[in-house]
Design a protein around this ligand. Structure first.
Ligand SMILES: NC(=O)c1ccc(N[C@@H]2CC[C@@H](O)C2)nc1
Length: 256
């Protein structure tokens, strides 16, 4: 069933729109687009240049290495993205991807999945004029403390992670509720055939067919792994009495 108006629309502003095929032509996002639940428009600032050489970069004031993205083509691309928003809808939220942004986490992804239109600004070169950012950008986001040669990969990470949380995008089989972080814990271990691999057996509990025991074991592993690998996440989580008990049993075994 394709609906004419998608639940969530992304407008990706990028000098390398062909990169976005990586998310638009496969997997969860590809299927969500086919089902008309999500749309991804690609907007290239180069199409908004007026000079013969279609110039999109310029030298930085104050000198220094590299180039910056020209203001005018970017501004026209952003205004084009906003004008493509159906009348009456809330204006699109302009997101700039950069190492100077707020670190993205599940909370942020979940909030973004409630929006109707996300305009993702993927920069290149050394970046973008601060006055353009101040005028047009609502939210500056970062995948983490590292530098990419362009914002496109970060923008695609936003498209993929947000799309997964759009209602009815994931079938019940792949439901996002089971995702790690959805409840502030890391994921448990996963196993599939063969039962013995490289001399290691699958944990017996998973072969028992006793779903209550399996669920309890999985929760205990999630608590234990979060305690071992991401104590910062555990510190933020209010544990139920049952979770406290499972975790302390895990800790006792671990420390024995
Ligand atoms: N950590 C990140 O999310 C991130 C985002 C963008 C980026 N690089 C672009 C290229 C020029 C400027 O627009 C920023 N690097 C890292």
């Amino acid at each position: 069933m394709t609906t004419s108006n998608p639940i969530l629309r992304f407008s990706a502003i990028s000098l390398f729109p062909e990169m976005f095929a990586a998310v638009t032509e496969s997997g969860v996002v590809g299927r969500a687009i086919k089902k008309g639940k999500v749309a991804v428009d690609l907007i290239n600032p180069r199409d908004f240049t007026t000079d013969r050489h279609r110039t999109v970069d310029d030298r930085p004031y104050g000198g220094g290495p590299g180039m910056l993205m020209k203001v005018e083509p970017l501004e026209k691309a952003i205004e084009f993205a906003q004008s493509s928003q159906p009348d009456g809808n809330r204006p699109g939220k302009v997101i700039y991807l950069s190492p100077q942004g707020e670190k993205i986490d599940h909370q942020m992804v979940s909030q973004l999945s409630q929006e109707e239109h996300l305009i993702l600004l993927a920069g290149r070169y050394e970046g973008i004029d601060e006055r353009l950012l101040n005028k047009h950008v609502d939210l500056e986001l970062s995948l983490g403390d590292f530098v990419l040669s362009g914002g496109e990969l970060a923008a695609m990470a936003v498209i993929d992670s947000v799309t997964r949380l759009v209602p009815e995008v994931l079938g019940h089989k792949e439901s996002a509720e089971q995702d790690s972080f959805a409840d502030g814990l890391l994921d448990h271990q996963h196993y599939t055939r063969p039962e013995v691999y490289d001399g290691n057996r699958v944990p017996q509990v998973l072969l028992s067919g006793n779903h209550q025991v399996i669920e309890s074991w999985r929760l205990q592993q999630r608590l234990g792994r979060t305690w071992l690998r991401r104590p910062d996440l555990l510190a933020r989580k209010k544990l139920t009495e049952q979770e406290e008990k499972l975790l302390s049993m895990f800790q006792a075994q671990f420390e024995s």
